[in-house]
Ligand binder design. Structure first.
Ligand SMILES: C[S@@+](CC[C@H](N)C(=O)[O-])C[C@H]1O[C@@H](n2cnc3c(N)ncnc32)[C@H](O)[C@@H]1O
Ligand code: SF4
Length: 342
């Protein structure tokens, strides 16, 4: 049929039932990691069987299908994206979409441990800015939070990234009684090196063997305390993400707050998340998901994939509803952040 052929050449862009256009895809390329951060993973995690994973070629094909459907920004995450074997092949192949203008940005979120090895190659693939997660500058605390990580390696990774010309944004999870007093030092350090800093509220994802209530620190409190010491000026800066930014007048740098629990940012959500097994989550905070692996493997063309994506986007929920309080001690969602991709 004439119409069908036209539709398969130019698949429709993705617009959800609430009129939000989907232009941002985050892909968890592995659920594995060389760290075991206390808020993200239990110490003894069981990971997905390797046989369930999409190959790098399949990940490329799915990402490219999303780009045809209107995705302009692509972030690889995990788990730790840079521990997936052969990951630079995927960055390299996806960079063709930057070169031909189909994609505005290719980026990643990383714990930084592998950046000494890969920073230069990432820059060479057209990556301009990256997010590095770092919650403390104290080596002992760093070890306690990440269980397996070494602060020196991450700092060397950040050095390597900056030396390669990558812009670095630091993400820090605010943890009650752990790094709450250190946030001013993190601000001074990050801004002193020309890096934005974003603080994130702990989200109740996955059983990590610790009580969330013990970890949870509302950012409204963090902000109020910072305001006693710094002049925080609200600014309009948006990165297409959920962070709200202020300028810290004393340092001149930008500070972002991501507050999934105390503030809802779903109205402007433009993103969906793909796991390394080809499961598409339309919302980080909801269970509903769509399998894209079966349609991907069912034929060589992408029409089945486009149709499955359209079905999924039509079910994108209006928002999420995380709660941490004394009556809700179990995780709001059973899956860990490392599965969906943070
Ligand atoms: C899941 S990690 C994946 C990428 C990479 N391994 C890293 O740490 O940057 C992405 C981000 O999610 C954050 N994160 C993990 N679990 C979280 C939770 N329960 N609540 C809030 N943020 C979380 C991490 O701090 C990190 O900044
Ligand atoms: S937050 Fe990132 S580095 Fe830490 S355990 Fe999770 S995936 Fe690994």
């Amino acid at each position: 049929m004439e119409f069908e052929r036209a539709a398969s050449v130019h698949p429709a862009p993705m617009v959800d039932p609430f009129g939000r256009a989907i232009s941002y895809l985050r892909v968890s390329v592995t659920d594995r990691c060389d760290f075991r951060c206390v808020y993200c993973m239990a110490e003894n995690m069981s990971f997905l069987p390797k046989a369930d994973l999409l190959t790098l070629e399949e990940l490329d094909r799915l990402c490219s299908a999303f780009i045809v459907k209107g995705v302009r920004k692509l972030r690889l995450t995990g788990g730790e994206p840079l521990v997936r074997r052969g990951i630079m092949t995927l960055f390299r192949s996806l960079s063709r979409h930057l070169a031909d203008g189909a994609l505005d940005e290719l980026t990643l979120t990383t714990n930084g441990s592998q950046l000494p090895k890969y920073a230069a190659e990432l820059a060479d693939c057209g990556i301009k800015r990256i997010n590095v997660s770092l919650d403390t500058l104290d080596a002992d605390k760093f070890r306690a939070i990440t269980r397996w990580g070494e602060l020196d390696k991450v700092l060397a990774g950040i050095d390597a990234a900056q030396a390669a010309g990558l812009r670095v944004k630091i993400n820090a999870v605010a943890l009650k009684g752990v790094n709450e007093d250190e946030i001013p030092d993190l601000i001074a350090w990050a801004h002193g090196r020309g890096m934005d800093l974003t603080v994130i509220e702990v989200m109740p994802l996955g059983d990590v063997g610790e009580q969330r209530l013990d970890q949870y620190l509302p950012l409204s409190m963090v902000r109020a305390r910072l305001a006693e010491r710094f002049t925080l000026e609200d600014i309009d800066h948006r990165t297409g993400g959920p962070a709200r930014y202020v300028r810290v007048q004393e340092t001149g740098g930008r500070l972002g707050f991501i507050t999934p629990l105390t503030h809802n940012f779903c109205e402007s959500c433009n993103r969906v998340r793909l796991t390394c097994t080809g499961t598409l989550y339309m919302c980080l905070g909801q269970e509903d998901a769509a399998d894209l692996r079966a349609p991907l493997r069912a034929s060589e063309g992408n029409d089945l994939v486009y149709a499955a994506i359209d079905d999924a986007i039509a079910r994108k929920p209006k928002g999420h509803d995380f709660i941490i309080d004394r009556r809700h001690k179990r995780p709001a969602l059973a899956r860990h952040m490392s599965v969906t991709g943070g």
